[in-house]
Each structure stands twice: as C-alpha cells, then as structure tokens.
Design a protein around this ligand. Structure first.
Ligand code: GRF
Length: 216
C-alpha cells in the first residue's frame, strides 16, 4: 500500500485498544493513520486518550437520536465523508444496522472477548467461567449484519485456571487484545492479508491456517 492505511476507530468506553493502535502507529510498528475517533458516549475515557495524541474526535450521542436508523445514517454519512479504508470497532457497544454494514461491506472490523463462534454477545467471561471452560480468548472478525458472526480473521486463546475470576480473564484478554489489533492492521497495511471486494480473506504471505492463531 503506497499510502498509510486510513482508519476510523469507534469506541464507547476506556479505549485501551484505541491506545494500543495509537502507540503502534507512534512507535512506527503500524503504518496507519487514524482519521477520526468516533464515540457514542460523551464521557468515554477513550476520547481523552485520542485528544492527548492530537487525534480528531467526534461524539454522536445516541440519546440525541430518535432511533438506530437515524443514528446510523448520521454516522454513515460522516464516515463516508472521510472514506477510511477500515472502520475499527474497539469496544464500540452499539449494534450497527444492516444498512450501515452494507455501506461499508467487508470494511468493518470488531474485536470480541471470546473464542468465536463461542460466546457471542455480552458477559463472555462470566459465561465461560459458569460453563467450566478450560480455554478462553479473543477474536477479531469482519462485521456482518449478524451480531459477532462474521468471518474470524485472528484469534488468540489462553487457559482458564481454577479460581480465575471475571477480572482475571478480562485482564488476560486485554493483554492479548492490545497486541492483536496492531498486528492484524499491520498485516493489512503491509498487504499480507487482503480482504477483497467480495469479502474473501486472502492471507498472502502469512503461512498459517485460517483463521490465524495469534501466539504472542
Ligand atoms: C474489549 O474487551 C473488547 O474485546 C470489547 O470491548 C472491550 C473494549 O475495551 N469489544 P477498551 O475500551 O478498548 O479498553
């Protein structure tokens, strides 16, 4: 890719994944440019992180809109005006409507704290513990109209030990997450992993099986 990968990062909360992407760009590990950080929650800590690094931020507070359709239409229009290569969901806690997904087909990525297809939705750590799982993990996937259902691009897993709490799993998952988005976006920006217009995922120079398993 001759130009840096152009990203729009969508957040709702702490923004630690956003921070990991910012850090990777700033220390030269990732050739990308964050064109905007969009947030639905005016109080989100991630907004401060973005501002601290001089990144443009935009808040679209969902409470100001009558319904998801209007909200997503505004978001879509704004993002289309910036024409990012990828929309990166990094703890964005809203479901995106099919119209939005279609407008950016195969260009929306999400990070999810489970080994998809297991544990879609919320409270993944609680549910994994309650079911006595022995392994848990994190997945990055392409977003489709079905919640947490698109093709998995990268997955990392770790063992669950006896006595682990939700917080333990959260912390372990986060440590992986912070390496995974920079790694995956790096592969995309280096042309090692391509997602073509039909959503076909092509790992051109990464000699691993699909989905990729991440070993930190
Ligand atoms: C992460 O655990 C991610 O998997 C989930 O939301 C959380 C976001 O954390 N989708 P942060 O805001 O990046 O710290």
């Amino acid at each position: 890719m001759s130009e840096s990968l152009a990203l729009a990062v969508l957040i709702s909360g702490s923004g630690s994944n956003l921070q990991a992407i910012i850090d990777a760009i700033e220390n030269g590990r990732l050739d990308a440019k964050i064109k905007t950080v969009v947030c639905n929650n005016p109080q989100a800590h991630g907004l401060q992180r973005a501002a601290k690094h001089g990144l443009p931020t935009r808040v679209f507070d969902h409470r100001d809109y009558p319904d998801r359709e209007h909200y997503d239409a505004t978001l879509q229009q704004y993002l289309q005006s910036l024409a990012p290569d990828y929309i990166v969901l990094a703890g964005y806690m809203r479901i995106l409507s099919p119209a939005f997904i279609n407008a950016f087909e195969h260009r929306v990525l999400n990070i999810h704290p489970s080994l998809l297809p297991a544990y879609k939705g919320l409270d993944t750590h609680q549910r994994a513990l309650a079911n006595g799982e022995t392994r848990h993990g994190v997945s990055i996937h392409l977003v489709t109209a079905e919640l947490d259902d698109g093709p998995v691009l990268l997955q990392a897993n770790f063992p669950i030990a006896a006595g682990d709490s939700v917080e333990d799993l959260q912390a372990r998952g986060h440590r992986l997450e912070h390496q995974m988005y920079p790694q995956l976006l790096g592969w995309i920006s280096e042309g090692k992993l391509n997602i073509d217009v039909n959503g076909r995922i092509l790992y051109e120079q990464i000699p691993l099986e699909q989905p990729l398993h991440f070993n930190p």
